[in-house]
Design a protein around this ligand. Structure first.
Ligand code: ADP
Ligand code: MG
Length: 353
């Protein structure tokens, strides 16, 4: 017992506590991208540029959002610091972030550098492992923020070695960016591998403008979209679908659900997730319109009051609990039925926007 340390309980050092938590928040390069673009979106960016260098994994995300002041830069990467939960009420979350641990976690798994300007002054800050400012310079930059993570997992050897193939990692990163783009159509995206542009997404009014850019085989004329208000317009449901006789897929890879700006589940994996029932509703309402063993293309986005959602199932915030699920299932079913009734003429796509 003694050599295994089974007696003599002691508290973990604070540093170790944070390192353990960091490993859970940032489990892959895609998780770095997710956290940095969450922050850019919360900062109200309308333009996000992502650059990736897979050798030694360097990831750089630039945004034209509100930026950080020097006072905020000093705090930003310390453990559990956030500007987003002022009310202290977990039922009032209106941002993608609220946990205050992404930037700190990034200092644990790599080297974090932030360049930011809010107002007149721009600063470049490198953080140490405690999330404290290690180096600072005043710089002249445009308003907004550039966050860079370098040498990802450099001293997490097992994790670094266990990363899937580069192709797979890039696919995961692309999926994260596509999901965020669908949920935030007003944003312009540019994605680079090193100096070379990999892909870009032009902004639009709705997800209907984004999806054909993501799925290039899709004919925009085959899409139908409807946004329906509920509760006096405080909540609404957006449904975007492909006409079943023109668009169907071998896998349920485009049966997707988003809540308040985040895709919360990709259907078709075998994990239990709280929102599985909504995807079932989608499938059920398409069943009669599709050939056997084919799946629809359908994206639904619920914009609901923050107290209706519990984001705290997992640090990645992709598995959530939802209140009044059954009511939302009925609403989703009704909107899909409504859209499937629309006559199949070439102009319908535009007038339904
Ligand atoms: P959270 O997003 O949960 O608040 P983070 O660790 O991701 O926690 O970020 C900490 C804080 O740093 C944020 O609350 C925000 O105030 C600030 N911040 C991070 N990234 C940006 C950014 N791109 N633009 C403006 N502020 C940012
Ligand atoms: Mg964040």
């Amino acid at each position: 017992g003694e050599s295994l340390g089974l007696t003599g309980i002691q508290p973990l050092s604070t540093e170790l506590v944070h390192r353990i938590a960091a490993g859970e928040v940032i489990d892959s390069p895609a998780a770095v991208v997710r956290e940095l673009i969450d922050n850019a979106i919360d900062a109200q960016a309308t333009r996000i540029v992502i650059a990736l260098w897979p050798d030694n994994w360097r990831i750089k995300v630039s945004d034209n959002g509100v930026g950080l002041s020097w006072a905020d830069l000093k705090q930003a990467a310390a453990p559990h610091t956030t500007s987003k939960l002022r009310s202290g009420d977990l039922s009032q979350i209106r941002t993608l972030g609220f946990r205050g641990e992404a930037l700190h976690s990034l200092t644990q798994v790599g080297q974090l550098n932030i360049c930011s300007r809010r107002g007149d002054e721009g600063w470049q800050v490198t953080y140490d492992r405690q999330g404290q400012v290690a180096e600072v310079n005043q710089v002249a930059i445009a308003s907004g923020t550039i966050a860079t993570v370098d040498q990802l997992f450099w001293d997490w050897p097992a994790r670094k070695q266990a990363l899937p193939s580069l192709t797979q990692q890039l696919r995961s990163i692309q999926a994260v960016i596509h999901s965020h783009a669908l949920c935030h159509p007003q944003i312009t995206w540019q994605v680079y591998q090193g100096e070379r542009q990999w892909f870009s997404i032009a902004p639009g009014q709705t997800a209907q403008d984004i999806l054909p850019q993501i799925l290039s085989t899709l004919d925009p004329g085959d899409l139908r979209c409807l946004k329906v208000p509920f509760n006096n317009g405080t909540e609404y449901l957006e449904v975007l679908l492909g006409l079943p006789d023109r668009c169907h897929r071998h896998r349920p890879d485009w049966v997707r659900v988003a809540v308040n700006g985040r895709c919360v589940q990709v259907s078709g994996d075998d994990n239990f997730t709280a929102l599985r029932p909504l995807e079932q509703t989608i499938l059920r309402n398409f069943r009669q319109t599709l050939p056997r063993h084919r799946y629809p293309l359908c994206f639904i986005h619920l914009y609901i009051e923050p107290e209706q959602v519990d984001w705290n199932r997992h640090p990645a915030k992709t598995d959530i609990y939802l209140r009044d699920l059954e009511q939302w299932q009925q609403r989703v079913a009704a909107v899909i039925q409504e859209l499937l009734k629309i006559p199949d003429d070439a102009d319908a796509g535009h007038s339904q926007k």
